[in-house]
Write a protein that binds this ligand. Structure first.
Ligand SMILES: C[S@@+](CC[C@H](N)C(=O)[O-])C[C@H]1O[C@@H](n2cnc3c(N)ncnc32)[C@H](O)[C@@H]1O
Length: 235
């Protein structure tokens, strides 16, 4: 199947801002969304207590940065997304609560200029699965590694694939049951159809290998439930 183009992805998210603006539920199609928001931001607070620069790639309406600011309130925040509608919402929410500066940039995470040894925390919530080729993943991880200060952390929460096709089928069936409980059979079909069209997730093993290749030496899995996972990679 021909996967969605960047333009198609941008248009879909332009029309979906409200669904990504609820801190209490997170994005409901993501299993454990509120738990993961809390987990990742608590881990960031513990691992990077003196942080002053956060970059949120694929920030959406800013849920991860907003949650992080409840724990580290003085951060300077850079927010990057394809969707200007998402960025506008994220900026409004983040500016209300940080004592630091807020910069937004409408940009593809593959093309973004990440800089050099400037960042304490990079947040990547449900965005990397939009990368298409293995080389794209390598490029983004390498740029993030270069942009982090020593000791800086990349936090990833994402949809993940599995290496065994039997495990994969089992996991997607289980996720299908979760979606039926959430919204019924046709809701499940709709969600799985747009994942098929729009997303190209990778296994945790692939991501770990690619992160090591990019230079990261310490990586820990923080959570996994069916086809969703969260981890930290430390420079
Ligand atoms: C599933 S949403 C997640 C939003 C937010 N991180 C969260 O967890 O609530 C994915 C976001 O990534 C953005 N996005 C997708 N592909 C992107 C790309 N290549 N570059 C920048 N942003 C991208 C979309 O516009 C959307 O806002």
């Amino acid at each position: 199947m021909q996967k969605s183009s960047l333009d198609e992805i941008r248009q879909r998210f332009d029309n979906d801002v409200e669904r990504f603006s609820n801190l209490d539920t997170g994005q409901k199609t993501t299993i454990d969304a509120p738990f993961t928001l809390e987990l990742i931001t608590s881990a960031a607070q513990i691992l990077c207590p003196n942080a002053d620069q956060v970059l949120d790639i694929g920030c959406g309406a800013g849920n991860y940065t907003v949650k992080l600011l409840s724990k580290l309130p003085n951060l300077n925040c850079s927010l990057v997304d394809l969707s200007q509608a998402m960025l506008d919402k994220a900026k409004e929410r983040v500016e209300n609560i940080t004592h630091g500066q807020v910069n937004i940039q409408q940009q593809d995470i593959l093309q973004y200029h990440y800089g050099d040894s400037q960042l304490d925390i990079v947040l990547a919530g449900a965005v990397l699965h939009h990368l298409r080729s293995d080389g794209d993943w390598q490029t983004v991880f390498t740029k993030i590694y270069k942009a982090l200060k020593p000791g800086g952390c990349l936090f990833v929460v994402d949809l993940i694939e599995h290496e065994s096709s039997m495990v994969s089928q089992f996991i997607w069936n289980q996720y299908g049951e979760y979606l039926i409980d959430l919204g019924g059979e046709s809701y499940k079909d709709d969600v799985l159809a747009y994942i098929d069209k729009e997303d190209s997730p990778r296994s945790l093993n692939f991501q770990m290998k690619t992160l090591y290749n990019a230079g990261f030496s310490t990586i820990d899995i923080l959570h996994k439930n069916l086809c969703f996972g969260a981890y930290v990679a430390i420079k």
